[in-house]
Design a protein around this ligand. Structure first.
Ligand SMILES: NC(=O)c1ccc[n+]([C@@H]2O[C@H](COP(=O)([O-])OP(=O)(O)OC[C@H]3O[C@@H](n4cnc5c(N)ncnc54)[C@H](O)[C@@H]3O)[C@@H](O)[C@H]2O)c1
Length: 374
C-alpha cells in the first residue's frame, strides 16, 4: 500500500498524518475542499507539505471521489463537518453521505483499496460510562436543560440520588446524543458494515479531544486549547464552562498520527474500532492552569461565570487498552501540547481573538446558555 489518499489532509489531524506518511515513504494525495471558516479565504494552509498531490473537492460530490481514488491503495477519511451549531442536516450531508460516497464509488468501480481509516470520535459515547455504588454500571442520558439551569452539573444515579462515579469508557457501548456524534457513528457503521460485506478492510478511530499545532483559529469546534490560548495571549481571564471541573483525556495530535499509522499498517486492526485518548484525566480548570503556567501571566486566572454549552458531556475518558495492545501509547504531555501550540500560534500572522465573536453567535443560537450578558 504505497499510494494513500487523505481526505481533510489540509486540516489539523490530516496534515500531521500526512507529514508522518511522507516521512515513512508513502505517496500522499490530499482531497480537501478548504472549507471556511477552518481555512481563511479557502486558501491552502502554509503548513501543508509541498510533497503532496492536492485535489480540491468536496466529499459530498461522487465525481470528486471518482477522480481522487484513481491509483489509490489506502484512504484516511478525515474530512468532516464539526461544529456546535444547530444545522443538523449538514452533519449528515457531509459526514454520512460523504462516507457513503466513498464506499459506493469503490464498489461501483471495483477498486482495489487495501485499507480505509475512518475518523470517528469519542463524542459517540455521549456521557460515557459511569458507576453507581449501589446500582452498578450506567450510560447516562444527556443532562436536561432544567438541570443545567440550576447549575446541577454532576450526574446522579437514575435509580437513587447517589452521585455517579466516572469510569473509563471502552469501545463496547455507544450512546451518541447530538447530530455530530450520530453522524460520526454513522460514518463508522458505513465503513465497518459495508467494508466487511465488500471486503474493504476498514478501521474506525475514536479520537478524544485532540490538541496541538495547526488547529484552526476560526474553528469553534477546536476546543479548549485554542480558546484558552486566545484568551491568555490577549490578557483575558480564561473562562471555563460550568464549574470547570469537567474531566477530559486530551490527546496530542502527533500521538494521533502515530495511532493512524498503526491502523493503516497493522492487519489486526481490520474491521475494528479503537479509542485514541491521552490516558491522563485532567479537569478544564487544571488545563487552564497549565495554560497560565505556559503563558506566565500572573494577572489572569481561570474563572467560571455560570455559562454552559447545551449538549456538552460532563466528563468523559476513554479506555485505550485495545490500541495499547497493538503497541501504541501516548508520548506527549498536555504541557507539551500547550507549549507547542502557544509557540506556533503566537508567531502566526492569522492569530487573533476569534473567541468573543464566536461566543456571541453561540449565545444567540442557544448553544451557549446561562449567560447574563446580552
Ligand atoms: N480535532 C479533534 O479533537 C477531533 C476529535 C474527534 C474526532 N475528530 C475527527 O477527526 C477528523 C479531522 O478533524 P480535524 O480536527 O483535523 O478537523 P479540521 O477542521 O482541522 O480538518 C478537516 C478538514 O476537512 C476539510 N473538509 C471539511 N468539509 C469537507 C468537505 N465537505 N469535503 C472535503 N473536505 C472537507 C476541511 O477543509 C479541513 O481541512 C474529523 O473527521 C473529525 O470529526 C477530531
Amino acid at each position: 500500500m504505497k499510494n494513500v489518499l487523505v481526505t481533510g489532509g489540509a486540516g489539523f489531524i490530516g496534515s500531521h498524518t500526512v507529514d508522518l506518511l511522507l516521512s515513512r515513504g508513502y505517496n500522499v494525495r490530499v482531497l480537501d475542499s478548504l472549507v471556511s471558516p477552518v481555512h481563511l479565504d479557502n486558501i491552502k494552509p502554509d503548513y501543508l507539505s509541498k510533497d503532496v498531490e492536492f485535489v480540491l473537492g468536496d466529499v459530498r460530490d461522487k465525481a470528486v471521489w471518482e477522480s481522487a481514488l484513481i491509483n489509490i491503495d489506502a484512504v484516511f477519511h478525515l474530512a468532516a463537518y464539526q461544529d456546535y451549531l444547530p444545522d443538523f442536516s449538514k452533519f449528515f450531508h457531509v459526514n454520512t453521505v460523504g462516507t457513503a460516497n466513498l464506499y459506493e464509488v469503490i464498489v461501483e468501480h471495483n477498486l482495489s483499496i487495501g485499507k480505509i481509516i475512518v475518523a470517528s470520535s469519542q463524542a459517540i459515547y455521549g456521557e460515557g460510562k459511569y458507576r453507581c455504588k449501589v446500582h452498578g454500571i450506567q450510560y447516562p442520558y444527556p443532562r436536561s436543560n432544567s438541570q443545567l439551569e440550576m447549575h446541577q452539573w454532576d450526574i446522579v444515579c437514575e435509580h437513587c440520588d447517589n452521585m455517579l462515579e466516572l469510569d473509563e469508557t471502552d469501545e463496547m457501548h455507544v450512546n451518541p446524543h447530538n447530530s455530530y456524534s450520530m453522524s460520526k457513528y454513522s460514518q463508522e457503521m458505513i465503513g465497518l458494515v459495508l467494508g466487511k460485506r465488500y471486503e474493504i478492510p476498514t478501521v474506525g478511530m475514536r479520537y478524544s479531544i485532540v490538541q496541538g499545532t495547526r488547529q484552526s483559529f476560526r474553528n469553534a469546534y477546536s476546543g479548549v486549547l485554542r480558546i484558552f490560548a486566545m484568551q491568555a495571549l490577549s490578557g483575558h481571564n480564561l473562562t471555563a464552562y460550568e464549574d470547570g471541573k469537567q474531566i477530559r483525556d486530551y490527546v496530542n495530535v502527533k500521538d494521533v498520527a502515530c495511532a493512524n499509522i498503526i491502523a493503516l499498517e497493522d492487519k489486526r486492526t481490520d474491521y475494528c474500532s479503537y479509542n485514541v485518548g491521552g490516558g491522563r484525566q485532567v479537569t478544564v480548570n487544571e488545563f487552564g492552569n497549565i495554560m497560565l503556567e505556559a503563558v506566565g501571566n500572573d494577572a489572569i486566572q481561570v474563572i467560571s461565570n455560570g455559562e454552559y454549552r447545551f449538549g456538552d458531556t460532563r466528563h468523559i475518558i476513554s479506555n485505550t487498552n485495545a490500541l495499547r495492545e497493538l503497541g501504541w501509547k501516548p508520548k506527549s504531555t498536555i504541557e507539551t501540547s500547550v507549549k507547542e501550540y502557544i509557540n506556533w500560534a503566537h508567531n502566526h500572522p492569522d492569530f487573533g481573538d476569534y473567541v468573543s465573536s464566536a461566543m456571541i453567535n453561540m449565545r444567540e443560537l442557544g448553544t451557549v446558555r446561562g449567560s447574563t450578558l446580552k
